[in-house]
Design a protein around this ligand. Structure first.
Ligand SMILES: Cc1ncc(COP(=O)(O)O)c(C=O)c1O
Length: 344
């Protein structure tokens, strides 16, 4: 655990109020290598570049997965990471699907602890609304020219401070249903976090943005009848009866934020429905949210499909309640009753 002295170390050369969500080189990242059937201990590295074989499988055959999670400087001065064990488990789903070695959950959490501690002065101060974004990257680095999994892998965990997404309170956005592209295949890799999934979403996301819709909404790739998820976040809605409803689908990422919000909704006495959501049901919601680590919840006030425009509450009272409860736990202002926070 970090000492009081370590925890009081906060950089003075960063303007915390103007931080956005972008790459910033910090002191170090941590790197563990898998070779000869085992993981190395994990070394802190100050060089922000990597070198590998030009025949590495991550470059040719997409053996590349990643994760995203955050550390928060809490009200009591401690620094805590939100549910790193869940990210470890999800990374292992990705690893298994691309025939790479899995990572023991406790080992992953210890690597996270070490890299956060080494960069503790980059964790934004409590009250700034910022956090330390943690980005694990898992890549096959051994050479292969025939299509086959690598024998060697690197797990890198990089970190960077990010600012509050909402500087003047939560702002709703408009979303557009993507009718002519899919981000995942029906039984493909949409449930895991492979780099290639995001390559597939770049073009439709750009087209939606150019039409004035900052977030694309994808339908299920098999029938285009059911709601899947937004480009980089899960879909959930508050029904007119007050239930929390979110899609069950074999092509969406299991969002840790969504899982946590479902628990919070239950704790608040709401009914939680995880089920298929038909596109014709989009008119039955009072509020719609996009949820994920980066923003927690983005309220969606309008969804445009090829033949309809649906409008939702502009002041989204339930989303606000869920958002406040989540941030309250993350910043240590509310009790962590489910033991989600991992202290470094
Ligand atoms: C496609 C997709 N869905 C959902 C999410 C949200 O997942 P999480 O809440 O674990 O960040 C993300 C972000 O990681 C994403 O990229």
């Amino acid at each position: 655990m970090a000492s009081k002295e370590e925890l009081s170390n906060i950089r003075k050369d960063i303007d915390w109020a103007s931080l956005g969500f972008s790459y910033m080189p910090v002191r170090s990242h941590i790197r563990a290598s898998f070779k000869d059937g085992k993981w190395s201990e994990g070394e802190l590295c100050t060089d922000h570049t990597i070198s590998m074989s030009i025949a590495a499988t991550c470059l040719h055959y997409g053996q590349a997965a990643f994760e995203g999670l955050k550390a928060f400087r809490c009200k009591d001065g401690a620094v805590r990471v939100f549910r790193p064990d869940e990210n470890a488990r999800r990374l292992n789903l990705s690893a298994e699907r691309i025939l790479g070695p899995t990572i023991p959950v406790d080992f992953f959490c210890e690597l996270v602890r070490k890299v956060v501690l080494d960069n503790i002065d980059y964790v934004p101060p409590y009250g700034s609304g910022g956090s330390l974004y943690i980005r694990p990257l898992y890549i096959g680095v051994g050479p292969q020219i025939g299509v086959a999994p690598s024998d060697e892998y690197e797990l890198l965990i990089m970190v960077m401070p990010v600012g509050p997404y909402y500087k003047g309170g939560m702002k709703p956005v408009h979303a557009m249903v993507i009718e002519d592209y899919d981000r995942a295949a029906p039984l493909g890799t949409g449930t895991i976090k492979l780099g290639g999934n995001y390559a597939a979403s770049l073009k439709p996301a750009k087209a939606a943005k150019e039409k004035g819709f900052p977030i694309p909404l994808f339908m299920d790739p098999k029938t285009h009848e059911y709601v899947d998820e937004f480009g980089t976040s899960n879909f959930f809605g508050i029904t007119k009866e007050g239930a929390y409803a979110t899609p069950a689908s074999s092509s969406i990422l299991g969002s840790i934020t969504n899982k946590s919000l479902q628990q919070i909704a239950q704790d608040l006495g709401m009914k939680v429905e995880k089920r298929q959501i038909h596109r014709n049901e989009l008119g039955n919601f009072a509020e719609i949210g996009a949820c994920g680590t980066a923003v927690v919840i983005t309220p969606v006030s309008e969804i445009v499909t090829k033949d309809q425009t649906y409008k939702y509450e502009e002041n989204f009272p339930t989303l606000k309640k869920l958002y406040d409860a989540m941030q309250g736990i993350q910043y240590g202002e509310l009790p962590d009753t489910h033991n989600w926070m991992f202290e470094v």
